[in-house]
Design a protein around this ligand. Sequence first.
Ligand SMILES: [Zn+2]
Length: 391
Amino acid sequence: MGKITNNSKNIIFSSFCVLASFAVVLSVVFGGARIAYKVKLNGKPVCVISDKQVYYAAVDLVADIVEGENVKDVLPQADIETVFTLESNFDDCDKMVDTIIDNTDEIVLASRLVVDGAAVGCADTESLEEALAARRSAYTGVVGAAASESAFCAEVLVEEGYYLSSEVSDISDLAPAISALNVKTTAKISENRAVAYKTVTNRTSDQKVGYRNVEQCGQEGIECVTKNVVYINGELTGEITESIETVKEPVNEIITVGTASTGSTYSLKTGFIFPLPSGTWEISCPYGKDGHKGVDLRAPSGTAIMAVAAGTVVSAGRSGSYGNCVVIDHGNGLSTLYAHASKIYVSVGDKVSAGEVIALVGSTGYSTGYHLHFEVHVGDDRINPQPYIGL
Ligand SMILES: [Zn+2]
């Protein structure tokens, strides 16, 4: 009997379990209710998910998304509770990821500074962008041009993302690295500059040697030069001329010089003419006085200086104590030198005729007053020039 009783109890209990299970299944299948999982983070309910795997997948994703080691160690304590629910909309993995990140104090949105591929450090995104912008524009004022552009010489990247707060520094910690970034500033600059005028010399046999008349005064022109200038950290490192536009054409100086013989030659043998017009000069220092290697002929400023014979200009320009100086080669080892000029009208290589105006009397170089210092060279010797010009 007892045995029967025990069996009966077992049967009754088993039947109850089967019925109870049916009730659950029936209520889930036909009543619309189903099993789901309520996720609590640090005790606070945050999400309802259809499958526990949604939570575990979200944790793996968070560990991938957040930069840093052992991310999972800082995530909040999670409790997953089984619930029955009539809801059919559940939080998906993306929502779970966002929720985990939002509820983890140790995960922050920040940016990493990367220079030429090397990570420098992380900081608050806005502070980092501001510090970089300030560094980039640090030298625009130096250039002083309206249209200037600045860029870093290195490749500088700001990588925004989720970082462990332990890896994010105060912006002041990155300041030395940011200050060390070289900045290239480029600007387009336009400026006007003067253009020298040319001197055109007309020779006329209608006038005698020594005649010199300015037919048209020269006027400087103006051109506008546009160039791209490059500065590194405010120091000018290069400039490239982009264009040159003529604003005003220069006006040529036109002079007429006489070539007709004065009929007066001074040398006994050489046929040289005198280098200054008659009546304009006097000897202020003869050859040989205190080692003087030429003859000084005092004359008013601007008096025409003439080639004493035909020849080729071999030197024309500044020459130390001679000041503005012309040397003419007459062949056969003979040359003549004209020093201290205020202005020179010939260039190296010019062929000049006897009596042609080559320069004007001045007081350039080592000189104590307006005069022509005249020398005659035979080979390397500076010989007495006076007999050559009838003195
Ligand atoms: Zn002299």
